[in-house]
Design a protein around this ligand. Structure first.
Ligand code: PEP
Ligand code: CO
Length: 455
C-alpha cells in the first residue's frame, strides 16, 4: 500500500503493519477463514465517524491542554450488546450532559463531552483463561469477542460478534446524533434536565438553582438580542473506546478524500490501554499511523522516561491535541507518580493534555470477592491531581470516569452511603465497577469546585 499522501509516516507503515510486531491481548479465533471473511465485510461497511469531527475534537483537546476547555470522558467500563437500548443510551447521555453543565456553570469553561460509548466492547484481561470448579475456559474478553457465560461455546471467540459490535455502535451513535441536535439537549426546556438525585442529597438544591439560573440567563440573552439562541438547542458529543482489538480497528482505518493520512473511522478518540503500551509493540505500531487524537493510559509502573519516549514516537511533530495522558495512578500513588511525570513533560516541551482517570488505580475486592471502588478514594485522587498540577504550574484538563446513569450499586460511598453489603443489590457491570447517577453528579460538583479553586 502506498503512503505517498501520509505526513511523516515511515514508508513501512500501513494499517496492517502491526501484524509484524509482538501483539498482546488478542483473542484466538479457531476459524481463520471465517475471521478473514468477516473482516472483509467490516472493511466495506461505512465509517461511523467523519474526519472533520475527528479533526475538530483534536483542536478542542488542544484547547483543553492550554486550559481553555475541560475534557469530560465517561461511560461504561465495557458496553454490552444487550444494553444497546434507548433507555440505557438516554440515561448515560443524560448523566454526562448534566455533569457537563455542572462543570461549565462552575468553571465558565467549555466542556468537551466524550463517551466511552459506541464501540467500547473489547476488554484487556490479566489472564488468558478462567478456571471454575476445575473447568478451564478462555477468559471473557468483551462482547465483541465472546460471551460472558461459562460454557465452551460462550467463550469461543466468534468473528460474527465483530459485526454485531459494529452494528450496535452504529445504532448507538445514530441515536446519540439524533438526541444531540433535537429537543433532548435544548436548554430552553429545563424539564429535560430534571435531576433524579435522592431528594436528601445535599447537591439536589444546588443543581436545581443552577438549572433555573441557566434558563433565566437564556431568556435574558434572547430578550436583549431579540432572537432565539439556536446554538443552545444542540450539543456536541464525541465517542471513544480502547483501541484494543486490532483486527477491528484496522478494518475501519481509511483514507478520506482531500486529507492526508489515515483515519480510524470507528471512533473519534481511541486510547491505548495500560496493558498494551510497549513502544515497539503492535498496538503502538498501529496508533503511530492514524490521525485521530490518541489517549495513553499511564499508571505507576510506567516510568516518565518511557511515557515521553512513547509520546515522541506517537507525535514526532508535536501536533497540538494529538496526545492525552490519562493518568490512573490510584489515590495512594498519585502524589509519588504524578509530579515526576509533569516535570518530564515540562522539560520535554511536548504538548500533552493531562487527564485524570481516578477509577483504574483504585479498584479492590471486598472480603466476599466483589470488585469495587470507594467514592472517597476516587474523589481523593482527583483532588490531589488538581493540586499537584497547580503546584507544578501545569494544568489538569480532563477527567476520565467509569459511570452509568442507572442507580447501580457498584462503587461504595458517596452521599447515598453505599456500603459493602449494598453491592449485591444492583451490581450489573461485567467488568469494572461504575459510579451510579448520584455518585457521578456528586463528583461533577466536586470537580467544578476544584476547577474554580485552581483557576
Ligand atoms: C479501562 O479503561 O477499562 C481499562 C482497562 O483501563 P487501564 O488500561 O487503565 O487498566
Ligand atoms: Co475499566
Amino acid at each position: 500500500m502506498s503512503n505517498s499522501l501520509s505526513k511523516s509516516l515511515p514508508v513501512s507503515w500501513s494499517p496492517d503493519s502491526w501484524r509484524k510486531k509482538n501483539v498482546k491481548q488478542q483473542p484466538a479465533y479457531l476459524d481463520q477463514e471465517h475471521l478473514d471473511e468477516t473482516l472483509g465485510r467490516l472493511a466495506k461497511l461505512p465509517p461511523l465517524v467523519t474526519s472533520w469531527e475527528i479533526e475538530s475534537l483534536k483542536s478542542q483537546l488542544a484547547q483543553a491542554a492550554r486550559g481553555e476547555a475541560f475534557l469530560l470522558q465517561g461511560g461504561d467500563c465495557s458496553e454490552s450488546l444487550d444494553d444497546c437500548d434507548s433507555d440505557s443510551i438516554v440515561r448515560n447521555l443524560k448523566v454526562i450532559m448534566q455533569m457537563s453543565f455542572v462543570l461549565i456553570y462552575g468553571s465558565m469553561k467549555k466542556v468537551i463531552r466524550v463517551g466511552r460509548i459506541a464501540g467500547q466492547y473489547a476488554k484487556p484481561r490479566s489472564n488468558d483463561t478462567e478456571t471454575r470448579d476445575g473447568v478451564t475456559l478462555p477468559v471473557y474478553r468483551g462482547d465483541i469477542v465472546n460471551r460472558s457465560g461459562f460454557t465452551e461455546s460462550d467463550r469461543a471467540a466468534d468473528p460474527e460478534l465483530l459485526l454485531r459490535g459494529y452494528e450496535r455502535a452504529a445504532l448507538t451513535l445514530n441515536f446519540i446524533r439524533g438526541l444531540s441536535v433535537g429537543g433532548f439537549a435544548d436548554m430552553h426546556h429545563p424539564e429535560n434536565w430534571n435531576i433524579e438525585f435522592a431528594s436528601d442529597s445535599p447537591r439536589a438544591q444546588q443543581y436545581q438553582d443552577m438549572i433555573n439560573s441557566i434558563a433565566n440567563s437564556l431568556s435574558f440573552m434572547e430578550a436583549v438580542m431579540d432572537s432565539s439562541l439556536k446554538q443552545s438547542k444542540t450539543v456536541e458529543f464525541f465517542t471513544s473506546h480502547e483501541g484494543l482489538h486490532l483486527n477491528y480497528e484496522q478494518a475501519q482505518t481509511r483514507r478520506v478524500p482531500r486529507r492526508e493520512g489515515w483515519y480510524n473511522m470507528s471512533t473519534h478518540f481511541p486510547w491505548i490501554g495500560y496493558r498494551t503500551r510497549e513502544v515497539d509493540g503492535a498496538h503502538v505500531e498501529y496508533f503511530k499511523g492514524i490521525e485521530n487524537p490518541i489517549g495513553i493510559k499511564v499508571g505507576p509502573k510506567f516510568p516518565p522516561e518511557e511515557v515521553l519516549e512513547l509520546v515522541k514516537t506517537l507525535n514526532p511533530e508535536n501536533e497540538e491535541g494529538r496526545i492525552t495522558l490519562i493518568c490512573r495512578f490510584g489515590a495512594e500513588e498519585v502524589a509519588n507518580c504524578l509530579p515526576p511525570l509533569i516535570e518530564a513533560v515540562q522539560n520535554s516541551e511536548h504538548e500533552v493534555l493531562f487527564c485524570s482517570d481516578p477509577m483504574h488505580g483504585n479498584t479492590f475486592s471486598t472480603s466476599t470477592g466483589i470488585k469495587t471502588r470507594s467514592f472517597d478514594k476516587i474523589a481523593s485522587e482527583l483532588e490531589q491531581s488538581f493540586e499537584i498540577h497547580k503546584k507544578a504550574g501545569s494544568i489538569l484538563g480532563g477527567a476520565h470516569l467509569e459511570l452509568t446513569g442507572d442507580n447501580v450499586t457498584e462503587c461504595i460511598g458517596g452521599a447515598g452511603k453505599i456500603s459493602e453489603p449494598d453491592l449485591e443489590r444492583a451490581y450489573k457491570s461485567q467488568v469494572d465497577p461504575r459510579l451510579n447517577y448520584d455518585q457521578a453528579m456528586e463528583l461533577a460538583f466536586m470537580i467544578a469546585d476544584n476547577m474554580k479553586a485552581t483557576k
